[in-house]
Design a protein. Structure first.
Length: 95
């Protein structure tokens, strides 16, 4: 027979889920940044690259987060080098 979980056990599980979601969100944010850097590597993001990204992500569960990150960096007119270094830093920190 299973016992009813305690309040502190439920709270600990909730905190673990929130931490995991935060790590997943950061991972997909970083993926959007990487895709931005690749698309802008030649200096200009082409319409075909945007269309390919949309097609690639159309059934992805985190598509909106990835696209948001891509669009955010594009709207900021971020440099490829800055974003690439940011992505590499994330990869070194989190494996």
């Amino acid at each position: 027979m299973f016992s009813k979980p305690t309040h502190s056990a439920i709270l600990a599980t909730t905190n673990q889920i929130e931490l995991l979601m935060t790590e997943q969100e950061k991972l997909y944010e970083t993926l959007g940044e990487l895709l931005f850097a690749v698309a802008k590597a030649d200096g200009v993001i082409q319409d075909e690259e945007r269309e390919s990204l949309s097609e690639l992500l159309k059934n992805h569960p985190w598509a909106s987060e990835i696209k948001w990150s891509f669009n955010y960096e594009e709207n900021r007119n971020s440099s490829v080098e800055d974003i690439y270094n940011k992505v590499i830093s994330y990869c070194h920190s989190y494996g």
